[in-house]
Design a protein around this ligand. Structure first.
Ligand code: GLY
Length: 338
């Protein structure tokens, strides 16, 4: 194992660590959580208490958390027992949420198995479940004490899932790491081929950028919101398209729209915005959506981050220069139509 970095998130110690695949499961795991796709990725002893969840966003509901809590009680877990969750963002969010509730918080160790969960979801303490169609409405801030990373696992990740994660990697590079942005530009073939050495560098750099923002702002009162770049536009597109657009594709499309807004506001230089958009196209992402701009705007108005009739957007003004702006809906509609 190799520690990528130890952090303190709002007083909670948390660290990101690289492990070999065979060593991923913590020895003192008392309860293991995975889904039916990820359970086979982690070898574990016979008889270990486990909850195997239904994969996908539909399963991110209270019932699943209840199952984890009930088994924790049945097995007699204590506050210093380890619940280990192995999976994508849905599994890691739910495991950490259950861990935050059990005896007011027991030990949680996460093994993200998707690129998105490695570079974003598993680190930084956002936990939770959906409430009906409302995503992440119920949850807590409860960082895992350790996030165990094994890039080798990504070899078998479906392409759509891999591209979901790459969208967040592009976002992280624009927010906070010029060297990562160069790596993504210069090593496109290796990135798309999932070269393990390049992937390890990418994951490490994303963890350092995200970790620094969360150390400063666990509860998203300020700069942690930069991590939502492309998400206000992207979530609305995902919802309006009834999730035909995947999360990563929606976020990259949303970054295209955020760049457009920045240029129109005189925040970003047109040449830089065009360069970023070309990079997204080179990676095979779509920057044009057939969905109705009025419908997308209505979906954004449902977004909870509103202030005096204006919607909050994270806008890139330049490389690693991110602004938070409240925009008029009429202006946003023009951007959506562009
Ligand atoms: N995924 C964004 C955040 O953790 O703040």
């Amino acid at each position: 194992m190799e520690i990528i970095k130890s952090f303190t998130f709002g007083g909670f110690p948390s660290r990101a660590v690289l492990y070999d695949k065979q060593d991923l499961l913590p020895e003192d795991t008392a309860l293991f959580v995975a889904d039916s796709h990820t359970k086979s990725l982690i070898s574990r002893p016979e008889g270990l208490a486990e909850v195997i969840l239904t994969p996908g966003e539909e399963g991110k509901q209270w019932d699943a958390v209840d199952k984890i809590l009930k088994l924790a009680m049945k097995e007699g877990l204590a506050r210093d027992s380890v619940i280990c969750g192995a999976g994508g963002g849905v599994v890691t969010d739910m495991t950490a949420f259950a861990g935050s509730l059990y005896m007011r918080g027991c030990r949680v160790i996460l093994i993200p198995t998707s690129l998105l969960a490695m570079v974003d979801a598993a680190l930084g303490g956002k936990t939770g479940i959906d409430a009906g169609v409302y995503k992440n409405m119920i949850g807590s801030f409860y960082p895992a004490e350790e996030v165990r990373i094994c890039p080798e696992i990504l070899g078998d990740l479906p392409e759509k899932e891999y591209r979901n994660g790459l969208g967040e990697v592009l976002k992280t590079a624009i927010i906070g790491d010029a060297a990562l942005l160069n790596l993504i530009k210069e090593r496109r073939e290796s990135v798309l081929a999932r070269d393990p050495e390049v992937l390890a560098q990418i994951i490490r750099r994303c963890i350092l950028v995200k970790g620094a923002l969360v150390e400063e702002d666990l509860r998203e009162k300020g700069r942690r919101a930069f991590l939502n770049l492309g998400h206000t536009f992207g979530h609305a597109l995902e919802a309006v398209s009834e999730f035909r657009w995947s999360h990563g594709a929606g976020v990259v499309w949303g970054m295209g729209k955020a760049l457009e807004a920045s240029v129109r506001l005189g925040l970003a230089k047109p040449a830089w915005a065009d360069e970023m958009k070309q990079l997204f196209l080179d990676y095979g992402y779509e920057l044009e959506a057939p969905e109705d701009p009025v419908g997308i705007l209505e979906a954004m108005k449902m977004d909870k981050k509103k202030q005096r009739g204006k919607l909050r957007y994270i806008l890139p003004a330049g490389p690693q220069d991110i602004r938070i702006e409240f925009l008029d809906p009429d202006f946003v509609l023009e951007v959506l139509k562009a």
